[in-house]
Design a protein around this ligand. Structure first.
Ligand code: HEM
Length: 475
């Protein structure tokens, strides 16, 4: 189908600097952005850059273009910034744009047939079983576990300078382990999962050239032995936890957490529950999707706050009032922190690119898109698009007070994706992010240390050489 070219209106400016009592006279720094690829490069150079860093391998024109086509002997891909195309792919006909084989192949050893990578009837069945575990009521029930993880983390921090990324990773995994299995991160199983999971990520499972080769799905691919061994270890730990939980459910001694909810829920259509292997696939997914992403979002938000002291002071005032008497019902009071988190997810989307493929031939903006082509929606480019956002690279949480921003963001703000395949944990993350930030900010002041971090897509968006911050206890 053809999609008519369409522009959405310019997003109106939010209140500008200078109006607020904390605003200094000097303009705050523009948050770091990776250098774009300079001009045209050879195929091999492009592939090398792509493997090194998918964001830096892209040309600067993607911040202005509505669509871009890339054709190599390995893949034919279309990056879509046109809001009408984004809506078509995510909301209009999502079944015609299934998850890409590239992502599926890369994550197969760790995730198996998880809801993250399946398509069609199997994916629909998995979502029917899993969705209720993430419904609003259950998020409220997991709140005490999130709170405990955040309070423990704030107490664990020490004054001085550190790369904040590993700390945020541990904190986010702590939340996943406490909410899923009622286990804190210092439990031995959690420690092994964290260590071997990091080993798996370090092998760059999706960026490898092998995952780009246009081989049929049934053909075994060259696999990195280190990645396979790490994935096997993570799955072995999760399998043991799932089996122990099945036994506890049978004995009537299981705690009322996510694992119990998911293991006992059945498909409202067929009455089936998840099998052991399938449950391991899903839990491995929650560990991956729920911890890497949240960790990245926390680290970038703390960096943005560190480099914008006036914003940090406003957020800290709100955080301190909340932390004195924390509770689920009082999350509503964290209004400014919610906008800070939203704005941070705009500038530093933890999942910088969402990749689909075409199930049939399509026509996008007058161009033929063959069957099997890759279709990429890039939250990174879309959320910094120069023709959609006012001051696209500026960190301004107050822009979210402007109804025009909220309205236009429908088309150009997709940190959790959108449509039926929207992130299953989005509701959890929208509570978890501001909550953990509030607990940290109530006790600690963050200041930048060393050169600005370089954003890099490494499965999720990371600071290439760390995100170094100096921590000082608040009075
Ligand atoms: C800031 C935190 C998070 C961000 C930015 C985020 C972002 C995303 C995005 C962009 C997708 C779509 C990926 C794609 O279609 O290729 C996704 C899917 C998913 N996320 Fe999240 N996520 C976050 C937290 C979580 C949490 C806490 C969980 C669970 C505990 C979770 C579980 C999932 C699952 C299972 C999917 C696959 C859904 C499906 O395909 O049906 N995520 N997430």
């Amino acid at each position: 189908m053809g999609v008519a070219p369409r522009r959405i209106g310019r997003i109106a400016r939010g209140p500008r600097g200078g109006h607020h009592p904390f605003m200094p006279d000097v303009a705050p720094p523009i948050p770091p952005k990776p250098a774009s690829r300079a001009g045209k490069v050879s195929l091999w150079r492009h592939l090398a850059l792509f493997r090194e860093d998918i964001l830096a391998s892209q040309p600067a024109r993607l911040y202005r273009a509505w669509m871009a086509e890339f054709r190599t002997p390995f893949f034919h891909s279309f990056l879509c910034n046109d809001p009408a195309l984004v809506a078509l792919i995510l909301h209009g006909r999502p079944g015609d744009f299934p998850k890409s084989a590239m992502v599926r192949q890369g994550l197969l050893p760790l995730l198996g047939r998880s809801v993250m990578v399946t398509n069609g009837a199997l994916w629909e069945r998995q979502r029917r079983i899993l969705d209720p575990a993430f419904a609003g009521g259950r998020v409220a029930e997991t709140f005490p576990a999130m709170l405990a993880a955040g309070q423990a983390a704030a107490a664990r921090l020490a004054p001085g300078t550190q790369d904040i990324q590993p700390f945020c990773g541990e904190l986010a995994l702590d939340v996943v382990m406490r909410t899923t299995f009622s286990l804190p991160v210092d439990d031995e199983a959690a420690a092994v999962i964290l260590r071997r999971f990091r080993d798996f990520i370090a092998t760059r499972p999706i960026m490898s050239l092998a995952s780009l080769l246009p081989l049929p799905g049934w053909l075994p691919r060259p696999r990195n032995r280190r990645a396979l061994a790490a994935a096997r270890d993570v799955r072995a730990q999760i399998t043991a936890l799932v089996q122990a939980r099945r036994a506890a459910i049978a004995a009537g001694t299981a705690p009322d957490d996510m694992a119990t909810a998911i293991l006992t829920m059945c498909d409202p259509v067929t009455g089936e529950t998840l099998g052991d292997e399938e449950m391991v696939d899903q839990v491995a997914t929650f560990v991956l999707a729920g911890h890497e992403t949240t960790a990245a979002s926390l680290a970038w938000t703390l960096y943005l706050l560190a480099t914008h002291p006036e914003v940090q002071e406003r957020a800290a005032a709100e955080a301190r009032a909340f932390a004195a008497d924390p509770g689920y019902a009082r999350m509503i009071a964290l209004q400014f922190l919610r906008d800070v988190y939203r704005e941070s997810l705009r500038l530093y989307p933890p999942v910088p690119m969402i990749v689909r493929e075409t199930a049939q031939e399509e026509h996008f903006r007058g161009r033929r898109v063959p069957r099997g082509a890759q279709v990429t929606i890039s939250p990174w480019h879309l959320q910094r698009h120069e023709r959609l956002w006012d001051r696209p690279d500026t960190f301004d949480p107050d822009r979210w007070k402007d109804p025009a921003t909220v309205h236009c963001a429908h088309a150009a703000y997709v940190p959790f994706s959108a449509g039926p395949r929207v992130c299953i944990g989005a509701g959890v993350a929208r509570i978890e992010g501001p909550l953990l930030l509030a607990l940290l900010l109530a006790r600690w002041e963050f200041t930048p240390d060393g050169p600005p971090p370089v954003p890099m897509a490494h499965l999720t968006l990371r600071g290439r050489d760390g995100i170094r911050l100096r921590l000082t206890p608040r009075g």
